[in-house]
Design a protein around this ligand. Structure first.
Ligand code: SF4
Ligand code: SF4
Length: 414
């Protein structure tokens, strides 16, 4: 009897691919923080091998090291042997949820997160409370509630409450393709400006855009946290919502990565077909011929690689190409630890706030060293995390999704 059950255990063949060379260690944020082998990709693979072995178990200590993994997939990019650590950790997490008894307070907090974050209507209802909470002295609040208030995105309550986007928008003339835009959960509530810029840019570039209200959420938060049944239910709902489109587009790196994984997760033809249609909005636009002129946007912009774009989807060049095509925009590169996660990582900055805060502070320093006057980041979680830590460093900077800068450029040429 091993430490994992027979339902989608981590694959032994992937474990066996690891030659223990250690090339992944420098890219791993938790190894950078603690220099503990068990908090490195190589060490976690050894723990997985131990749990897979006959007579192995899934100890509390192992779970601690798996929980500390941000799922940033920087180790996948760094590994010269092509070890698919992403597939390992994605299968470990549901096993942990099935077999590990979390303390009551931790279970309750996780439940609270999953009962709010993937539910846009609930989050919208809570937005005024969140804003009021921020005005209170944080020491008077429960520690976890204070953390939620601190890391939540800072959209104005008025904007959160008034958001309504059209569900179908057609370009003038024959559309080049029909795309379905995932509105998602957190992004829909707190980053509606990104959706507006996405819709306007896609329509200007000749795409017909469908932006259905359903699904509430693609399941990324749950899937990346081991809540497998809930995540699969949302995946099925998402697949059903986007039948009849040529592409399914998202402007959130975590959602794109999760939706591209549906085919592996569900292993049905409809899921594989769906995953093959998923595109990050920058990926889609960079691969298509540009139809609209670009006007100047005079900004020095540091581009932040979101882990779920760069490492999980291999999307690095496409957002940069779109930004380089904007006249008068100077694109700056992060030189120190560019591949290391900012600490956002889904619900990580809520369930592991100290580690996330250290990583956020390191990333803020790296971004400030570029001398940028704005940041571009293709993931809502990164945007909120960078905003918080740039403010805490005393140097707040505007943070834009690349598509917002593209739209600003198109508008400037009109
Ligand atoms: S995961 Fe890859 S880079 Fe890391 S130790 Fe194993 S083989 Fe080496
Ligand atoms: S996914 Fe990120 S945090 Fe986890 S082992 Fe790999 S590099 Fe480290």
């Amino acid at each position: 009897m091993a430490g994992f059950d027979a339902h989608r255990p981590p694959e032994q063949s992937i474990v066996d691919d690891c030659v223990h060379c250690g090339f992944c260690l420098d890219s791993c944020p938790t190894y950078a923080l603690w220099a503990d082998e068990a908090d490195s990709p190589r060490g976690r693979i050894v723990l997985i091998a131990e749990a897979l072995a006959d007579g192995g178990d899934l100890s509390d200590e192992m779970v601690t090291h798996f929980d500390r993994c941000l799922g940033c997939m920087a180790c996948v990019s760094a590994c010269p042997s092509g070890v698919a650590y992403d597939r390992l950790i994605e299968r470990v997490r549901p096993q942990v949820e099935r077999h590990h008894a979390r303390p009551l307070a931790e279970r309750a907090f996780r439940r609270l997160l999953f009962e709010t974050l993937p539910h846009p209507r609930r989050m919208r209802g809570l937005a005024p409370l969140l804003a009021a909470t921020r005005r209170m002295p944080l020491e008077r609040l429960d520690e976890r509630l204070a953390m939620v208030a601190k890391v939540a995105p800072r959209a104005r309550t008025h904007d959160v409450l008034r958001t309504r986007l059209p569900t179908r928008i057609s370009p003038s003339g024959q559309p080049r393709a029909r795309v379905g835009l995932l509105l998602g959960c957190v992004e829909r509530v707190f980053f509606a400006d990104v959706h507006r810029a996405t819709i306007r840019t896609l329509v200007a570039e000749g795409f017909e855009v469908l932006a259905p209200r359903a699904p509430d959420c693609c399941g990324a938060l749950e899937l990346h946290s081991g809540e497998e049944d809930a995540g699969i239910a949302r995946a099925r709902e998402t697949i059903a919502a986007f039948s009849g489109v040529d592409y399914v587009v998202t402007s959130a790196a975590g959602c794109g990565s999760a939706m591209k994984g549906y085919g592996e997760l569900i292993d049905e033809a409809s899921a594989r077909l769906f995953s093959a249609k998923v595109r990050d909005v920058c990926e889609l636009l960079a691969n298509e011929e540009t139809r609209t002129p670009r006007g100047p946007v005079a900004l020095r912009v540091a581009y932040h690689d979101a882990c779920h774009l760069a490492h999980a989807q291999g999307i690095r060049e496409q957002p940069r190409a779109l930004l380089r095509a904007i006249p008068e925009l100077a694109l700056l590169e992060v030189r120190r630890e560019p591949e290391v996660c900012c600490g956002s990582a889904g619900i990580y900055n809520l369930v592991a706030p100290e580690a996330a805060a250290e990583l956020g502070a390191r990333k803020a320093r790296s971004l400030l060293e570029t001398g940028a006057d704005a940041i571009a980041a293709g993931n809502p979680g990164c945007a909120a995390q960078l905003d918080l830590h740039l403010r805490e460093a005393g140097h707040p900077l505007p943070i834009h999704h690349p598509i917002e800068l593209v739209w600003r450029s198109i508008a400037a040429a009109r």
